[in-house]
Design a protein around this ligand. Structure first.
Ligand code: GLP
Length: 263
């Protein structure tokens, strides 16, 4: 696992955006570059920088296919808290050459959620899998909506949200946890770890325990993010604020090794 520690949120976002753009630009195959994407506050800086680069002609999305991680059950596209709305508002609407037909987001209004999730997995497979999955992380270590004790080999499916997550996400729903949908459709932990590369953004003091569990803890379904330890290409991009629960040794190790990466 690679852990890239940046001074603050801004630098973490710039680093991650440039990393992703570099991967898209280096993709020389005729098949599209397949990019997994998250919602949440963590990726907003990355989306802003990628959109800037796209408008400046520094990266093209014309041969990129995207798959989003998750979507609330029961929120239509036009609901301003649906992840469909979030992605268009914060990212896709700001790109000059993203093809709408290349955007894939789970349909939280599907009549048959299990069929919708099976369709999604099959569509990912039809592209030959995901090249790079960018993700965020919940304060309880969830990746996508894979709450504690979700199987580390889970696939795309229907998930129930924990009370903790509904409380945390209630800031977007008038501070009312009951207004937060109780269920979501989400890619599985296994769907994420099947990707050729995984890049997880972890920023802020409130994510410090989750970062320590991801990097230093044992592999455990209690912290679904810890499954990344079994992935061969996992990168954590984080800020200083999120490092508060790492041991000094771990913190120094990753700063040292990244310094050598740049030499
Ligand atoms: C939600 C999403 C996750 C996301 C998490 C963290 O629960 N389903 O995919 O990683 O929020 O969000 P934030 O980046 O706002 O802290």
């Amino acid at each position: 696992m690679r852990v890239v520690i940046q001074e603050n949120y801004e630098n973490m976002s710039l680093w991650a955006a440039r990393y992703i753009a570099g991967k898209i630009n280096a993709h020389r195959e005729a098949r599209p570059f397949v990019l997994g994407l998250p919602t949440g506050s963590s990726p907003i800086g990355v989306y802003r920088e990628l959109a800037r680069m796209n408008r400046a002609g520094e990266v093209s999305f014309s041969n990129v296919v995207t798959f989003n991680m998750d979507e609330y059950v029961g929120l239509p596209h036009e609901h301003d808290q649906s992840y469909w709305y979030f992605m268009h508002d914060n990212f896709f609407n700001h790109l000059v050459d993203m093809k709408p037909e290349n955007i894939n987001i789970l349909n939280g209004m599907a009549e048959d959620p299990e069929a919708e999730c099976a369709r999604y997995e099959a569509k990912i497979a039809s592209y030959g899998g995901i090249d790079l999955f960018m993700g965020g992380i919940g304060v309880d270590g969830h990746i996508a909506f894979n709450e504690p004790f979700t199987s580390l080999c889970s696939r795309t499916g229907l998930r129930s949200l924990t009370t903790d997550t509904r409380i945390v996400n209630s800031r977007f729903f008038g501070n009312d946890p009951e207004a937060v949908p109780a269920q979501a459709l989400s890619v599985g932990v296994g769907t994420v770890t099947d990707s050729r590369e995984v890049l997880i953004l972890i920023n802020g003091h409130n994510k410090a325990r989750a970062l320590a569990a991801t990097v230093e803890g044992g592999v455990s379904q209690k912290w679904t993010c810890s499954a990344l330890q079994l992935h061969n290409g996992a990168i954590i991009a984080c800020d200083e604020a999120a490092c508060g629960e790492l041991t000094v040794d771990t913190y120094k190790y990753f700063l040292d090794i990244e310094k050598k990466e740049r030499l």
